[in-house]
Design a protein around this ligand. Sequence first.
Ligand SMILES: Nc1ncnc2c1ncn2[C@@H]1O[C@H](COP(=O)(O)OP(=O)(O)O)[C@@H](O)[C@H]1O
Ligand SMILES: [Mg+2]
Length: 323
Amino acid sequence: MSLEIPWTEKYRPHSFEDIVSQNVAINSLKEFIKNPNMPHMIFTGPAGTGKTSTALIIAENFLNNEDLSVNLLEVNASDTVRIDFVRNVLKNFVNQNLIKENSLKFVILDEADNIPGQVQQALRRIIEKASLNIKFILLCNYINRIIDPIISRCAVFRFVGLPKEKIIERLKHITKNEKLKIPADKAEKFFELLFFISGGDLRKAINTLQMSVSLELLENLELNEILRISGFMDEKTLEDLTMALKNKDFGKSREIIDSMETLDSRNFIRQLTEALPRVNVEPNKIPTLRAYIGEIDYRISQGASEKIQVSALLAKIIEKMGI
Ligand SMILES: Nc1ncnc2c1ncn2[C@@H]1O[C@H](COP(=O)(O)OP(=O)(O)O)[C@@H](O)[C@H]1O
Ligand SMILES: [Mg+2]
């Protein structure tokens, strides 16, 4: 067992065959890249589904190792792509002459949907002017945050959240390879839990597995501890909360949230949503409640106070309950 390198890197796929689950995207990509005159690309989809890995596989497919260091520019847009950066680094890279003729150059822009609109306009001009042997691969979670003139210059490939069995399969593969000892009677429950925590994000699933190992939580398989350190309610807290809601006890439900040291509202909302059927919400009220949950989620993403929004949600759930 090795803990020195992150397992997400150690188990990063290096061929299309190793990419789990993304059949639609991968099958069309395999055809697509047979033509060196292919247009630029956008990979869109949730975190931890293989976008960066696939982009690197494509670059590796066209470039050998030594060329990779000069002919591949990989940048994370969320911290580096300010207007100056786009102007300078990107322009330089794009304008540098190729060492070998007929070779391709790749620009992988991670988190492209975080690039401000104005900077996207600058980027668009660079893409327009770039010569044919330069291929941009833009990675994003939300394609609707990318400006149309860029989208229309790219082929779009959609990545989907990984299903439970694929995530568990991959985790089992790592478990075997790292010779981890997981108590047999609890193993299935452990993998189910890792999937639940991951929400379909394989990176998160692998990181949680590695974290559980490094914190020595595997021997006794302290599932509640794993839930807590991942920012979820443990079973007891969730139980108490559903009880309080069932009793329409808003005060108590507030108390429970206040007692949680690290409230991760996204995780909290996901756990609560899954528990709704157990809280006696009238079935015909569930759709309105779900719409409301979406709204709360949005408000939090826009910077609203997590505690206030979560309280509002609890009040709403109690309101929607039968007598
Ligand atoms: N579809 C997948 N197949 C195999 N491994 C994956 C897949 N998606 C994610 N992973 C694992 O998670 C890590 C992060 O994946 P990455 O390609 O960076 O995801 P994304 O760019 O979509 O956030 C990879 O190194 C790999 O270990
Ligand atoms: Mg990525």
